[in-house]
Design a binder for this molecule. Sequence first.
Ligand code: BMA
Length: 329
Amino acid sequence: MKYQIFGEKEVKNIPWQDRPEGCSDVVWRYSENPVIERDIIPCSNSVFNSAAVPFGDGFAGVFRVDNKARDMELHAGFSKDGIHWEINNEKIVFDTDIEEMKQFYYGYDPRVVFIEDRYYLTWCNGYQYYPTIGIAWTKDFKTFHQTENAFLPFNRNGVLFPRKINGNFAMLSRPSDNGHTPFGDIYYSESPDLTFWGKHRHVMKPVRGWQSTKIGAGPVPIETSEGWLLFYHGVLTSCNGFVYSFSAALLDRDEPWKPVKRARDYLISPQKIYECVGDVPNVTFPCANIVDAATGRIAIYYGCADTCTGLCFTTVDDVIDFLMENSSI
Ligand code: BMA
């Protein structure tokens, strides 16, 4: 490998397909997409924008399930190979001592990260029906202990870094409004205890083209010798509505609010039929990456058209080489 990866483990059974012959894309799709169909469980209207991590000999995840009442819920699931999933038909019911957290309004777009000794879940959590960032932790994906919301409404796309930075937990987020927000920058915040957040820093703002309306952090950042490798979504407003694509950036390792490289071009945009047609057309929305430290392989899970879940692949070397040549910074 050309670039070093830090903090990730070897994941021998990472879901993987080699780049198809003749394909020059930096990120390529799994040939059998979608990996998770909208009706995978009896109650689901759609399963998308979801998180998966290595767990035991296989994988575990937290899935955005919009049910047939069209409530937005979070469900745990398990897989041996990262491709075939068993998702619980029952939603996660959070365990919490905090009175204010006991009512669950809605939850969506989960991210999961292992920090020190447990898995942390962040998601867009309804608080009095207003979106903000919810936090919970689990060790077994059966019991989830909910703590305080990170921020005041309105905020979405809260993504924790996989280790403390400057001695604090660190999170990217995207302050927003209560609707289909027509703006959005990525910010960085730190906390000593996951309750009190501060040291807020601006990271990146929308720029031209595919990322001109708003941007938001995607999967958990990957620590490399060149910086934190972050996949993020960007939104373009077309005459027919929002178009969600995604690409990558590198953030400084010690001061992650400073972007070092940032893609000019998207890596994936809605082009396949399952990305263009669904409950919300033209959406590719990544929420998780699995990394194999031994080979540098990356498998990315992304929501497709707010309906089903796809998988695509790349390597740390491929994405960083792309960023070295394609950065607009
Ligand atoms: C965003 C979020 C995502 C969704 C996207 C497209 O605001 O709600 O969950 O995928 O819109 O509808």
